[in-house]
Ligand binder design. Structure first.
Ligand code: GLU
Length: 285
């Protein structure tokens, strides 16, 4: 099955995910001083739903390479529910909300333990921030959140952020961590948002369709693009929420890159302006 490529505002790729051509828009990413990096559950866990030390280790050393360049890094991480399922030895991800929330409570500890161990090996101090939607809608809480963030960054500490899953219900959920990362990017006034996933970037059709090609550059996320992504992603999660997050951040003037967490030196290559993943240009460019 081949979906017609969404043509408007898109520049189809000549080759996917590799290359050393530095386009001017990519070059600008080098200037980003403060960066939010969001990583998804699949990029941190293995088939048994346990946290995969190798995957976490790679992510952490990719981040440390940016820290050595003097970049301020904020992490938005998923993986609490997944790690909880693995830790509890549950046969599969539960469906009921209380069980999901309880699994998150167990898994969040494991998640931070693994981050602490890996960042500790680099002598990098980390912190944990668990947020819910009120932290962005209530002005006092939002202000407190921003002040805490800026103090942590001033101290050279990496904030590691997740949704406060144990108290979040559908009504008060931020949504998902893609959207959460866009909120954080706006609140922290970052120069770049990177969404790391198990897929190379945004495709012009279903990524499982061999004929689909990755799109290196999106000038503006239009409703047409959102509809097309919704259709090709089967109508749920995954790329759709990433594109939503990309729209929110880019409309706030923040460039966004969607890239594959497994790609070699992925963060460094993005920062050096290589053509990695899909770049969403900030509004105003
Ligand atoms: N907060 C959830 C977790 O840590 C993940 C939500 C998401 O990935 O969108 O498991």
């Amino acid at each position: 099955m081949c979906h017609a490529p969404p043509k408007l505002n898109l520049k189809p790729t000549r080759k996917s995910n590799v290359g050393d051509e530095v386009i001017p828009e990519r070059k600008k990413l080098r200037a980003a001083k403060r960066i939010v990096i969001k990583i998804g559950t699949k990029s941190l866990t293995g088939d048994n739903s346990k946290l995969d030390q190798k995957k976490v280790g790679k992510f952490v050393s990719d981040i440390m390479a940016l820290r050595k360049l003097g970049k301020e890094v904020l992490i938005v991480t998923s993986g609490a529910i997944g790690a909880g399922v693995g830790r509890l030895g549950l046969p599969k991800r539960p469906k009921q909300l209380p069980a999901l929330q309880a699994a998150a409570a167990v898994g969040q500890v494991k998640l931070m333990e693994v981050y602490e161990k890996n960042f500790g090996a680099h002598n990098q101090t980390i912190s944990q921030l668990l947020l819910s939607s009120e932290d962005f809608t209530d002005p006092t809480r939002y202000n407190n959140f921003k002040n805490t963030l800026s103090t942590l960054l001033q101290w050279g500490v990496i904030p590691i952020i997740n949704e406060n899953d144990t108290v979040a219900t559908d009504e008060i959920r931020v949504g998902d961590n893609d959207v959460l990362s866009a909120y954080v990017a706006k609140g922290a006034k970052v120069g770049l948002l990177i969404l790391l996933s198990d897929i190379h970037g945004l495709y012009d059709g279903s990524p499982t369709d061999g004929e689909s090609v990755m799109i290196p550059l999106v000038r503006r996320v239009t409703p047409k693009i959102e509809r097309s992504v919704l259709k090709s992603s089967g109508g749920f999660g995954g790329m759709f929420t990433k594109v939503q997050a990309a729209r929110m951040a880019s409309e706030a003037g923040i460039p966004v890159v969607i890239a594959n967490a497994r790609a070699k030196d992925v963060l460094m290559r993005i920062i050096e302006g290589e053509e990695v993943g899909t770049l969403f240009l900030p509004r105003g460019d």
